[in-house]
Ligand binder design. Structure first.
Ligand code: 2AM
Length: 187
């Protein structure tokens, strides 16, 4: 059997609640966006996609080896923006400040998963926290205006102590995420 997997950095409930208050502010624009529910907010390090169950042990082994190479680190969730650009927003994100360690960790995860046959990222990793996905241009200008007010907002510190292997189940009500394993950094 195959599972839909990704490697993530999870967030504390406190920071999720904080972010959610700002998301509520953005929702008021009535833009046509599928907002990520607070409980699902996470940082994706590497999307694996369809993953044969038999590979999970090996994935965990690889993640443990790369986790040993990285000390715990601190970053900040800071600012907001859209991919690919404000004329055609598709993904609404919050930015990551002090992301050097996260970038190194992502690079190692990408390389070690490539050894197991997962496709390496073609694009440079751009650390971000997806908070919504735009469905249509409705009220897009209002949304962009409101997002601009979050440009300098500090959403809080994240102390990254572990990475997690996650399973995503696509349900009619949206994706549901389950933690398959948690790997401590620096052990
Ligand atoms: P992103 O939107 O922050 O890039 C779980 O589905 C996570 O994997 C999503 O939050 C998404 O993170 C990421 N992801 C990356 N590539 C993906 C893809 N091709 N399909 C679905 N999710 C993807």
């Amino acid at each position: 059997m195959s599972l839909r997997c990704f490697i993530a950095i999870e967030l504390t409930d406190e920071i999720k609640r904080n972010i959610d208050t700002y998301v509520e502010q953005l929702k008021a624009t009535k833009a046509d966006v599928k907002w990520v529910p607070a409980k699902n907010l996470h940082l994706t390090l590497k999307f694996l996609g369809s993953t044969p169950e038999e590979l999970l042990t090996e994935i965990n082994r690889k993640l443990s080896s790369i986790a040993k190479l990285h000390d715990r680190f601190t970053s900040r969730i800071f600012g907001a923006g859209v991919f690919p650009d404000i004329k055609q927003p598709r993904v609404i994100w919050l930015g990551i400040k002090d992301a050097e360690d996260m970038i190194k960790l992502q690079k190692n995860a990408d390389e070690s998963m490539a050894e197991l046959g997962f496709k390496k990222e073609d694009r440079e990793f751009s650390p971000h926290l997806t908070i919504g996905r735009v469905r249509s241009p409705k009220n897009k200008d209002m949304l962009i205006k409101e997002l601009a007010t979050l440009k300098e907002v500090d959403f809080g510190k994240i102390e990254v102590q572990n990475i997690t292997l996650m399973k995503s189940e696509l349900k009619p009500g949206g994706a549901e995420y389950f933690r398959l394993s948690e790997i401590l950094l620096g052990k």
